[in-house]
Design a protein around this ligand. Sequence first.
Ligand code: AP5
Ligand code: MG
Length: 217
Amino acid sequence: MNIIFMGPPGAGKGTQAERIVMEFEIPHISTGDAFRLAMSQGTPLGLKAKEYVDQGLLVPDEITIGIVKERLQQEDCGKGFLLDGFPRTISQAEALDSIMADMERKIDYAINLVVDRKLLLDRLTGRRICKKCGATYHVLFNPPKAENICDKCSGELYQRSDDTAEKVGTRLDEYINKTAPLLDYYRSKNLLLEVNGEEEIDTVTSNIVKILRGQVQ
Ligand code: AP5
Ligand code: MG
């Protein structure tokens, strides 16, 4: 099963992806996570990505597409994958189509998590992430059992550098201008399915699972 998760910053893509990849045993491919890892390691890719990520801007297509192309060719993607945060521009979507065609594969579902803009700021400024395993929490909506400690691996939690009110504003503008047009791209291919991302985290997960198991059209 080849899946794309779409939705604005803070819609819950990462939170749901963590759960869905466990359920379907496929790799979670997050371009945002890939950039953050490279940034933390100070690699040439990380230094380049930092110029954009820290400002809340999209990283140029040629960089992003190259990373995804390489990742999709790895063996663990053979039985499917979940793309979280890619594609984010029409050029990226067209590149993905051509990568899929070269591999004689296709996208099965583009799931759009729908959340009103006014909820996103609270979600993003309260988000915390585990330094060690990358698990996502929220200080109010999904708190860890012990403050600032990951439930899964006991790692320390941190706040993303782009989760400030100012950068969230830029990220939302980037989403509206460059990524929202992709919804029509996938709608016209009959691949887009909308899920209410404002419900409880568990409810959203079970609604996505129903779609992926073909129990909902
Ligand atoms: P990326 O890391 O992909 O960030 P994003 O798209 O802005 O999305 P987020 O990760 O912020 O939100 P999410 O939808 O994953 O929400 P989450 O589940 O964490 O990208 C970061 C940057 O990298 C970009 O700005 C860009 O610079 C670059 N980049 C990445 N991909 C790129 C690409 N393809 N092209 C170019 N540049 C790219 O949830 C948010 C919070 O809400 C959490 O605290 C969570 O606990 C909470 N929450 C989740 N669901 C619920 C719920 N149902 N109810 C209550 N709270 C909830
Ligand atoms: Mg995310």
